[in-house]
Design a binder for this molecule. Structure first.
Ligand code: SAM
Ligand code: SF4
Length: 349
């Protein structure tokens, strides 16, 4: 085991069989050692800044039927909403005036926002709010669409691969294929987006081999961001009789991901904060360095119910969040906050 750990700490890589052995045999002492190394590595690359993203959930319409997600098309209990171009500009403008420069626009897979409409929204945002970074999280689209959004000014794209095991992927995502998911992620990389992938912890029938596949998939893709969250059960989905993923396991995978991809931006996800009141502190202790705060009005947040009791903090609660960060020696950073290899950022802009 010591040999495997030393190899991981020194080369940031492991073979499949070594990784499976590590996942299967890591006891508390080893897990804590891995966490400490991950935290120190994060500090050595990004210092004590925690990068805050302002998240706007602009539509909860979705044509997909992911088995775990409350927004799935077949869920008739959802009160669906869409924001207009003006509503989007207004929400982002308000947070811009507050000081935020990094925005995530997230939705279900909603074709109402065509290539032209979404490009127009991005162009207008970029013209009106100088120096912002726009991250899209809108699911699968064609190469051409991704290209148009990039030309319009989108900087980053989040598309979790969810699981790197093809069989598990296809069971959980009816009418979708893992090949197509990979196509999207590699297209986004080819188009020079800062790309975010990531996976769910605690999916049905997961095992150490599948979890090792997730890390090796990430190592090959080399995304700039990795979102890792525990599955949280939603009562109106086919997974209603399963149990939530574990926060401890999620923290362990955050640490392993940090060690595999030292420079990645890794959020302490909303799902971690939902299941654990101290999730933020624990996530940072494990190697996380990003936090998403919500930009949507309360009544819309409730309609964007991926899972029960979603714990979202508002962008306007920054003071409280900053205080929690200061208590553990970190600082909230609300500017663009690019991946370290992206040198667009002008300090203090
Ligand atoms: N529709 C886009 C997509 O799927 O990429 C973006 C929005 S989707 C709601 C964002 C993420 O939510 C997904 O990548 C998935 O991992 C996560 N998610 C959905 N349902 C969840 C659940 N029940 N528990 C935890 N995470 C969930
Ligand atoms: Fe739609 Fe995304 Fe939910 Fe899947 S995870 S059902 S694509 S919103």
């Amino acid at each position: 085991m010591r040999e495997i750990l030393n190899k991981l700490y020194n080369t940031h890589d492991l073979e499949m069989d070594e990784l499976v052995y590590l996942i299967e045999n890591a006891d508390t002492t080893i897990i804590n050692d891995i966490k400490d190394h991950a935290k120190a590595l994060t500090l050595s690359i990004y210092g004590n800044k925690i990068y805050i993203r302002a998240l706007l959930e602009f539509s909860n319409y979705c044509k997909r039927n992911c088995m775990y997600c409350g927004l799935r098309n077949d869920n008739e209990e959802v009160d669906r909403f869409r924001l207009t171009k003006n509503q989007i500009i207004e929400s982002i403008g308000k947070a811009y005036d507050f000081g935020y420069r990094s925005f995530v626009m997230q939705s279900g897979e909603d074709e109402f926002y065509t290539k032209d409409l979404l490009s127009d929204i991005i162009i207008t945002l970029k013209e009106n709010f100088k120096g912002i970074a726009i991250t899209l999280s809108i699911g699968e689209r064609s190469f051409e669409e991704y290209k148009e959004f990039k030309i319009a000014g989108a900087d980053r794209f989040l598309l979790r691969h969810e699981t790197a095991d093809q069989k598990q992927y296809e069971k959980l995502h009816p009418d979708m294929s893992f090949e197509e998911r990979k196509r999207c992620l590699y297209d986004l990389k080819a188009l020079d987006y800062q790309v975010g992938a990531g996976f769910l912890v605690g999916l049905p029938n997961s095992n150490p081999t599948i979890m090792a596949k997730n890390l090796i998939f990430l190592k090959n893709l080399e995304p700039h961001m990795v979102g890792i969250g525990p599955l949280i059960i939603h009562k109106d989905t086919p997974l209603k009789n399963y149990k939530d993923g574990s926060v401890e396991d999620t923290l362990f995978y955050i640490s392993l991901t940090r060690l595999f991809l030292p420079k990645a931006m890794i959020p302490v996800t909303t799902a971690v904060n939902t299941l654990d009141k101290k999730g933020l502190e624990k996530g940072i202790d494990s190697g996380g360095n990003v936090l998403m705060l919500n930009l949507s009005p309360q009544e819309l947040k409730e309609k964007y119910e991926l899972y029960k009791n979603r714990e979202t903090k508002s962008v306007y609660d920054l003071e409280k969040v900053a205080e929690r960060l200061e208590n553990i020696g970190y600082q909230a950073y609300i500017k663009r906050g690019d991946h370290i290899d992206w040198s667009k950022e002008e300090e203090g802009k």
